[in-house]
Design a protein around this ligand. Sequence first.
Ligand code: NAD
Length: 459
Amino acid sequence: MITSSTAHTIIQKQRQFFSTGKTKDINFRIEQLKLLQQTIINNESAIYTALKADLHKPQVEAYLSEIGLCLEEIKHAIKNIKSWTKPQPILTPITQFLSTAQINIEPLGVVLIISPWNYPLQLCLAPLVGAIAAGNCVILKPSEIAPHTSRLLADIIQKTFDRAYIAVIEGGIETSQELLAEKFDHILFTGSTNVGKIVMEAAAKTLTPVTLELGGKSPTIVDADVPIETTARRIVWGKFLNAGQSCIAPDYLLVNKTIKTELLAAIAKCIKEFYGDNPYNSQDYARIINQKQFDRLTKLLQEGKIIIGGETNSNDYYISPTVIDEISWNAAIMQEEIFGPILPIFTYTDITEAIARVNENPKPLAVYIFSRNQQIQQQILQETASGGVCINDTLSHFVVLDLPFGGIGTSGIGSCHGKASFDTFSHRRSILNKSFLVDIKLRYAPYQDKLKILKWLIR
Ligand code: NAD
């Protein structure tokens, strides 16, 4: 295991490796992406075991939201890397007569990726794909809160890559802070808004650019004209996948008053269909990550009226899929990101009420709109702001690799996925190349009456 005391030395070795120029070779990058791909494929069953041990994550969820997503990212990067890295020619103005211009896409150097525990594999490896594709050396700091996945990542990555190129540094807050005290060329942090502020403050000391993938309360607005069963199914899936521990899980429901009873009945039916009469016994339902999160979430159950679920078991941090009604907007559950399997429900009579509620909170990572009415869809799009939007589904915008994924305001800075990850870890270097053939004297002193000609040229 690498400890933080060796971090400085590893970063220096990575700087040396980067300066050899090896990572600038596109074929080298493609080879490394293929190595990563093979590593994931070869270790599929060990990944399932680690995710089960950390989160009781069902295999289908592990494949869908962790392994599969990383493999998709790799395939996408390999397919597009040549076009992403191509220098972009730029037209020059007449004032730059006999010159050519272009933008070269260059790697940044040594970058740091800090990840959270909820999708502990994917949130380490998906940004890593972008960093490799862009030609960087990388330090990965997985979350100590998902120790089995962190251990496995360190193991498989270090068996595949030299530490002078990609290094996994395991550890908790202290390790993270020691890393943040070092100079990097970019930091991509995924985690909570509060820690995001700490990361940005630390990065400011070395003027290091940051991408912050943070959290927030993502609202789900449900209009009266929707097909109730499909809507319920899509909400239940997005909310209770990974036991609600997703950054873009629907945080709360804002439902048109006229369909509330019907929607709640459909949600209850759907939970039964997905997880059986007792979700505790379901192999398809995850657990809360640890005691701290379990205690935080069970406290949130104390206000409002539980209308579905509400069962807990502290032995294995189980909280059943839960829906809460009659909750006040001032309740504790509405003051923080829930990040667990508890879904408060509110109603509205006019869409402007729902929009006003959404706008009372900081800009969320996602807004979910369930409506067939295009005018309502447009109104919500126009009058709210969020990192992303998904209409008539939940979470799915996350998997469209050509849609940049990121927050706005307190839900994040910058974006990743597909080309957005590549861009995050690249520098667009502007280059102007002038010919010696002619040297027009217009810009040189003595200026005399050159202003008139200049004005004519730049009109
Ligand atoms: P966290 O902020 O507690 O931890 C994230 C990482 O930061 C971990 O690696 C941890 O070791 C490190 N860390 C924790 N405290 C630190 C400190 N004081 N100084 C320096 N480093 C520190 O987040 P978490 O609990 O692991 O994850 C949950 C949060 O992450 C939620 O808010 C969720 O919405 C967010 N999240 C966002 C996305 C996204 O893509 N936007 C994805 C997943 C999770």
